[in-house]
Design a protein around this ligand. Structure first.
Ligand code: ADP
Length: 172
């Protein structure tokens, strides 16, 4: 079974094989964790994203899907870009959020990554309520069996770390 750890702070400083990015469909950079990853990793990551847009992903990356690039200067070897859904009070989009975690882990498995860190996908600009974002993350990671040995879920601030701890105790 995949071990689940919780960490506090900036995901770009965590030494893991693969860091997951909460990207947007364009793959061409954005704010939040996406901006932090591109800043810390340097221009190689954006160049790799542009290459993907010019070849296999001309229309960008659909929400729920995941794709890997180099991690540039980051301590990690790969960045796995995924796109979460924008929160909606009128429509249940949790299946898309779960797919983002599930598919990121499948990509990590295919790469041979043993350790993977995730931010709380969709819980920033995309507006997903923190407690549910954490619960979807924890339960999907628990349900997805791959060769990934350890997943580190990173809370950027105290509120996110608390939500992650609550989710772990609720998920059992
Ligand atoms: P989304 O558009 O999917 O909501 P955001 O990047 O806006 O993505 O936010 C996702 C989560 O990542 C939020 O909980 C935000 O606080 C957190 N976050 C922002 N910067 C970092 C960082 N450097 N390391 C870890 N988490 C971060």
């Amino acid at each position: 079974m995949t071990a689940l750890d919780i960490a506090h702070g900036d995901i770009t400083t965590i030494a893991v094989d693969a860091i997951v990015n909460a990207a947007n469909s364009s793959l061409l950079g954005g704010g939040g964790v996406d901006g932090a990853i591109h800043r810390a990793g340097g221009p190689e990551i954006l160049a790799a994203c542009r290459e993907l847009r010019a070849t296999s992903l001309p229309d960008g990356l659909e929400p729920g899907r995941a794709v890997a690039t180099t991690a540039g200067r980051l301590p990690a070897r790969w960045v796995i870009h995924t796109v979460g859904p924008v929160w909606s009070a009128h429509e249940d989009r949790s299946g898309i959020l779960r797919s983002a975690y599930h598919n990121s882990l499948l990509v990590a498995h295919d790469l041979g990554a043993r350790t993977v860190s995730f931010p709380l996908v969709s819980a920033g600009v995309y507006g997903w309520p923190l407690d549910d974002a954490a619960l979807q993350a924890v339960t999907t990671i628990r349900e997805t069996q791959t060769g990934v040995e350890t997943v580190v879920l990173v809370g950027f601030d105290n509120a996110a770390v608390d939500a992650l701890r609550r989710a772990v105790s609720r998920a059992g």
